[in-house]
Write a protein that binds this ligand. Structure first.
Ligand SMILES: Cc1ncc(COP(=O)(O)O)c(C=O)c1O
Length: 383
């Protein structure tokens, strides 16, 4: 069910991931998958284009999209979502920004770091101070430091930008961990924006727990969701804002339309098709990603035995600690010496050395070549 794209197909399909690198470079950087789009999504898009559906999307909350997402959340996460409180928005980045601009209280923004690189600028563009909740690179397990979070809120922070599951930590936070976050936030009257773009990509049968599915969060949180990472449709532009309280929902709808007016009609079609008809493909995808992840673990053990990779519980992005090889920027070396493009760790945590983020959503052959090349690049002495 999961079809690997050939190199030529991938170049045509993924102009960012494959088009922004030279022809001899293997891309394993941006979070897109080298797999063909799920058939039900492709068919829905073809029908829409054939019908000439290239105009404005219908506006408003709920509707077919709300029903589709609520059904998906019930089946996939066992979560109860009110379809009427599902609001389209252009993408997750824009959705997080809208929540920060129109719903969250003014004040410092706590950001777990290393974190999704474009969001490092989120505090700045929303007029806030960024407070980095840093995970120790030597920690056995990547966990949210609740004591530090408590101190940030005690010192005046107002909002937490949570990523659940986490990119690049690869963690799917448990209900107990999220309850710990909730307790801190509630103690200080804070607010949470929960970026749940990777929710469908929880591996090994683990449960995705939405922050909104934790008791006592409805009045202080919004989750931002999208099928775009799991269904490889990031270019189509239709994410969703989900609230669990009437008050937050009404405030969101009351915000001037200019905050939220640009999702696309084809994105809407793809989102509805993914949520309604994508379960079987998604199940196959998760199995495939588990195989890819396991292959990566074996390849690292064989070719880069000093590399450290914490268990990847979710996403198709591996956060690899290569500090033992003694290079500040292994991603730059891999590109320069061996023509493989990885995402440099310092993009996710300014100043951090020796880490890369490796996208393993590709073919087994390419993943093998990526690790061989990375190993050749970092095991040569510094030049
Ligand atoms: C955690 C996280 N949030 C947001 C995004 C970007 O989402 P969008 O393209 O919908 O803005 C990504 C992309 O990889 C991501 O990993």
């Amino acid at each position: 069910m999961i079809r690997d794209l050939t190199d030529d197909e991938a170049r045509a399909a993924l102009p960012c991931k494959w088009g922004e690198v030279a022809p001899d470079v293997l891309p394993a950087w941006v979070a897109e998958m080298d797999y063909a789009v799920a058939e039900p999504v492709r068919e829905a898009l073809l029908r829409a284009v054939t019908a000439g559906m290239t105009g404005y999307p219908p506006g408003g909350a709920g509707g077919a999209l709300g029903d589709a997402y609520a059904g998906f959340a019930a089946r996939q996460f066992g979560a109860t979502v009110d379809p009427a409180r599902v609001v389209p928005t252009v993408d997750v980045t824009a959705g997080v920004r809208i929540v920060l601009d129109v719903l969250a209280p003014a004040g410092g923004l706590v950001f777990p770091v290393p974190g999704y690189s474009p969001q490092l600028a989120m505090a700045d563009v929303t007029g806030r101070e960024r407070l980095d909740l840093v995970v120790d690179p030597d920690a056995e397990r990547a966990e949210l430091d609740l004591d530090r979070l408590d101190r940030f809120f005690a010192d005046g922070a107002r909002v937490l930008l949570l990523t659940q599951p986490h990119n690049p930590w690869g963690r799917a936070f448990s209900r107990a961990e999220l309850e710990g976050v909730r307790d801190v936030v509630v103690r200080h009257g804070g607010f949470v924006v929960s970026d749940e773009i990777h929710a469908p990509l929880v591996l090994d049968g683990r449960e995705h727990v939405s922050y909104l599915a934790v008791d006592g969060t409805a009045d202080h949180a919004v989750s931002v969701v999208s099928p775009s990472k799991a269904f490889n449709t990031a270019g189509l532009k239709c994410a969703q804002l989900v609230t669990a309280s009437d008050l937050l929902h009404e405030r969101l709808l009351a915000a001037p339309g200019i905050h939220n007016d640009s999702w696309s009609v084809l994105g809407l079609v793809a989102a509805e098709a993914s949520y309604t008809h994508g379960d079987a493909w998604l199940a196959a995808l998760r199995r495939r990603l588990e195989d890819q992840r396991d292959l990566l673990v074996r390849l690292l053990a064989e070719h880069l035995p000093l590399a450290r990779l914490r268990p990847v519980e979710a996403t198709y992005l591996a956060w690899v600690d290569l500090r033992a090889y003694g290079h500040d920027d292994p991603a730059a070396l891999a590109l320069e010496r061996e023509r493989v493009r990885l995402a440099p760790g310092h993009d996710y945590q300014p100043g951090l050395t020796g880490h890369v983020r490796l996208n393993f959503a590709t073919s087994a052959d390419r993943l093998t070549t990526i690790v061989h090349r990375l190993a050749a690049a970092v095991t040569l002495p510094p030049s």
